[in-house]
Design a protein around this ligand. Structure first.
Ligand SMILES: [Zn+2]
Length: 517
């Protein structure tokens, strides 16, 4: 877990710039040794990895890992978000003032003499008057088209007020959904509505109506499991049927801890894809994100990920973390550097059995290695995949199970350098690891899925470039194989059979990734 101070300082400045520009994930403190963040702050909940479909099994109730058993073609609207039913008064939808205040996080002030209700939320105030069709929003007077009325001692407000509320970050955004007969509180990141698919013979378009066109990332580029992630919350439904000529065979919403993820199955006829934000596609208005899948190759298309086949995966590098004077984390008799080496040797044996790949260890004894030495070994071996093996310990927390860290896919998918305003000069190794982000994430998902299936969970996936992968010119991930501060994890790793099972699961995940399943 611990790097030399000199090294940590050396890499942390460059990493900080990288992570500031790259990672959209919550910062972590637990990884102080591998990550630049040293500030102690409780780690936020981690987005669970999407589970490969082949591993489908009931997810634990608190962590939606996978779309729970999917209705065949279509899914019910995903998340439960805050909403309140409206009442119809004289044919006009009204929301109760108490509900309105609660959704807005507003405080109510009732002035009985004036029969006025003032709602205060942050810097904003809304004044409503009984039997009056006008409201005052901050310093604007707004016509509500119908009067505010009193029913059973509570004011009922026409929902047209919602459109007049200020749009800024201090105020929750409320939306009247006529088909639900409810007012919903728009989650952070906005909403994503039902995608629409149109198709001619040579081009299939999938149009997602969204509110924030910038917050979209292609996170999986394989034709079979093409994944796109939005910051917004999905409130629609997947299309009931697709056009006959469609090059997209299936669209499924996939459970995600934050935002929404869709998985598409793309026909082999599609030559590539293009992501169009807002205006740009011929028929895309602002407020849409369009995925285009044309049939013949044309300039400007992005390529699908290579569907990795066993013949393509020739060399796998296992990197046992730490070594020599750097012991990593130590809990009782469990020493990270020793566990990592023992596990790496077991994984090597398992991989040799399952996959005809050459397996290289960055160290096969108790020696210290600098990150650049590890990367050099991996690059010289022409690794197809690098798995850096570590163990974690976060005493005094409920933390348990395994975590994978892979380079952020959002950055890997972006064209060109990170940011012209990045405070530090770009270093050549940065892009090297990042451009394998999508493949790396697929490997991480496969390995975590196998670990979870083997009972070594809960598992977490984070997109972040960690020190052990600096300079690595291959798909790669850092794996915290278990959490030594958790009793069940310690029992597992201290039992030779338990360690063997961990190794078998990791090797199984690698094999599944290599076979492109
Ligand atoms: Zn470590």
């Amino acid at each position: 877990m611990r790097l030399s101070r000199r090294l940590a300082l050396g890499v942390s400045a460059a990493l900080l710039a990288l992570i500031a520009g790259a990672a959209s994930q919550a910062p972590s403190s637990a990884r102080a040794a591998h990550a630049p963040s040293r500030a102690p702050s409780p780690e936020r909940p981690v987005p669970p990895p999407a589970r490969p479909a082949s591993l489908a099994r009931p997810a634990p109730p608190s962590i939606p890992l996978q779309p729970a058993p999917l209705p065949p073609e279509r899914l019910a609207p995903l998340p439960a978000f805050e909403s309140v039913p409206v009442s119809r008064i004289g044919g006009v939808a009204h929301i109760g003032a108490n509900d309105l205040a609660r959704l807005l996080g507003a405080t109510k002030f009732w002035r009985a003499d004036l029969r006025k209700l003032v709602l205060r939320a942050g810097p904003h105030r809304v004044t409503l008057t009984t039997d009056n069709p006008f409201a005052v929003v901050d310093d604007r007077t707004v016509w509500l088209r119908a009067p505010v009325v009193s029913r059973g001692g509570e004011l009922q407000v026409p929902v047209s007020l919602l459109d007049a509320l200020p749009r800024d970050t201090t105020l929750a955004r409320l939306l009247f959904e006529p088909h639900r007969g409810a007012v919903v509180k728009v989650p952070r990141g906005g909403l994503v509505r039902s995608p629409e698919v149109t198709s001619g013979d040579t081009l299939t378009r999938v149009v997602f109506p969204v509110e924030r066109v910038a917050d979209v990332t292609v996170v999986g580029r394989a034709r079979g499991h093409f994944r796109v992630r939005f910051a917004g919350t999905f409130v629609g439904a997947a299309p009931e049927s697709l056009p006959p000529a469609s090059l997209v065979r299936r669209i499924m919403p996939v459970a995600a801890a934050a935002g929404s993820v869709f998985e598409l199955e793309v026909a082999s006829g599609a030559a590539g894809y293009r992501l169009v934000r807002g205006a740009g596609a011929a028929d895309a208005a602002a407020g849409t994100v369009t995925l285009e899948f044309p049939r013949p190759w044309r300039a400007g298309l992005e390529e699908f990920a290579l569907e990795a086949r066993p013949s393509r995966v020739r060399v796998i590098v296992l990197d046992p973390g730490h070594g020599g004077p750097d012991a990593g984390v130590t809990v009782g008799n469990d020493v990270e550097k020793d566990l990592a080496l023992a596990l790496a040797r077991l994984v090597r044996t398992e991989l040799a059995l399952r996959l005809g790949a050459q397996v290289v260890l960055t160290r096969d004894d108790d020696r210290p290695l600098m990150p650049e030495q590890r990367a050099e070994i991996a690059n010289r071996a022409r690794a197809d995949l690098v798995v850096s093996l570590h163990f974690d310990a976060v005493p005094g927390t409920q933390r348990a199970g395994a975590a994978a860290w892979c380079p952020p896919a959002g950055v890997g998918a972006r064209e060109g350098p990170l940011s012209p305003r990045a405070p530090l000069v770009l270093l050549p190794w940065r892009e090297v690891a990042l451009r394998r982000a999508v493949l790396s994430r697929a490997a991480a998902e496969a390995i975590l899925g196998a670990l979870d299936a083997a009972g070594a969970g809960p598992v977490r996936l984070r997109e972040r470039l960690m020190v052990p992968l600096l300079g690595v010119d291959a798909a790669g991930l850092m794996l915290d194989c278990a959490t030594l501060s958790a009793i069940p994890d310690r029992i597992r790793v201290e039992d030779p059979r338990g360690l063997q099972e961990l190794a078998a699961a990791i090797a199984g995940g690698v094999a599944r990734w290599a076979e492109g399943r």
